[in-house]
Design a protein around this ligand. Structure first.
Ligand SMILES: [Ca+2]
Length: 225
């Protein structure tokens, strides 16, 4: 049986559409997340903190294992609006969290009030989140308490909240105890997988640190598509 020209074209277009659909159904290839790193600033005596809740110190200048993300992931958070639970925080200090400068200096970080506080990045629109990275390194070695990273499309974080990381094993923030490990801050930054969750807002909690009861952020980056 001979197919008409129109029929041939229809079959060809259908095959192209099927191939395109198949290509779309394939998950994106994974690649290591590439980050621009600041210079290390910690140059002192490692603190002696022993606890089953802390991940082992990797050693000076030893990078963390690569975080795999889908190819095509890009930085979504640069220059995005930052809000906080600390009503005294000034707008120009909040802007330090997403200004792209990850290098610690006494003027380059946000300091929030003591106790449990959060900062929140508004991506401007809902996106697939592949990674959240946090820089809080300081000249003295520190571990921040009760770090929780969550994502939601609700700016009030009442609905559709997805917890991406939680090492608040004492439940200091009151959102539930987490089983992730506390960790030593370093210039590599903490890389947390986003698993492609869809959300517009990313919120990070902390409850002081091993040096003082304050909460600090040099930079937070959200990567996704
Ligand atoms: Ca910054």
């Amino acid at each position: 049986m001979r197919m008409s020209k129109t029929m041939c074209m229809f079959v060809t277009l259908t095959m192209v559409a099927m191939v395109t659909l198949q290509a779309k159904a394939q998950p994106a290839a994974e690649v290591p997340l590439r980050l621009v790193l600041p210079r290390p600033v910690f140059d002192g005596t490692p603190i002696d903190v022993r606890s089953p809740h802390i991940e082992a110190y990797r050693g000076d200048d030893v990078p963390p294992p690569p975080l795999l993300v889908p190819a095509g992931t890009r930085l979504l958070s640069r220059g995005r609006k930052v809000t906080s639970s600390d009503r005294q925080a000034r707008l120009k200090d909040l802007e330090l969290v997403t200004d792209g400068d990850k290098q610690y200096t006494p003027a380059a970080y946000l300091e929030l009030a003591p106790g449990t506080q959060w900062v929140q990045v508004d991506l401007g629109e809902s996106a697939e989140i592949d990674a959240v990275c946090i820089w809080r390194e300081r000249p003295e070695q520190v571990i921040y308490r009760g770090t929780i990273v969550m994502a939601s499309d609700d700016p009030a974080f009442k609905d559709g909240v997805i917890i991406l990381f939680n090492n608040d094993y004492k439940n200091l923030a009151g959102v539930g105890a987490g089983a992730d490990k506390e960790y030593f801050e370093d210039h590599f930054g903490k890389r947390i997988g986003g698993n492609g969750v869809r959300a517009r807002y990313v919120r990070v909690y902390s409850s002081g640190n091993t040096s003082d009861p304050y909460n600090h952020y040099v930079e937070i980056e959200v990567h996704g598509r």
